[in-house]
Design a protein around this ligand. Structure first.
Ligand SMILES: Nc1ncnc2c1ncn2[C@@H]1O[C@H](COP(=O)(O)OP(=O)(O)O)[C@@H](O)[C@H]1O
Ligand SMILES: [Mg+2]
Length: 102
């Protein structure tokens, strides 16, 4: 159960690629200790949401914000977001597990 201010907050997020809007107003609050699963049909924008949270350079945020501990992530580089404790793990990382020793 979460208490107080959310750790991760997405507020009215509109984002896309090459002028095509993909995310059309996403809102999400994740509090301390909560585990959330985002489910949706293929092409509904789950991966795009993760890409935008992590600052993938191909995606443009048109409106809204992504806040970690109340501070916007949007002006941060991907490595700065990672340092702030945001991490995106790909579905097929297990394929590489025998080779990864970081
Ligand atoms: N790099 C990209 N270039 C162009 N369109 C993209 C790109 N990534 C995703 N899209 C489009 O954004 C929409 C959402 O895709 P995606 O976020 O991958 O959905 P999901 O992960 O929910 O299956 C789809 O219409 C997809 O074609
Ligand atoms: Mg996906």
């Amino acid at each position: 159960m979460g208490t107080g201010q959310p750790i991760l907050e997405i507020v009215g997020l509109h984002a896309g690629i090459d002028g095509n809007e993909i995310l059309k107003g996403i809102d999400l609050e994740i509090g301390a200790g909560e585990i959330h699963a985002i489910m949706g049909r293929n092409g509904s924008g789950k991966t795009t949401t993760a890409n935008v949270i992590m600052g993938h350079p191909d995606f443009e945020v048109e409106k809204g914000d992504v806040l970690l501990d109340g501070k916007s992530l949007l002006e941060l580089e991907a490595w700065e977001r990672a340092r702030a404790a945001c991490c995106r793990k790909n579905e097929l990382d297990w394929l590489l597990e025998p080779f990864v020793s970081l």
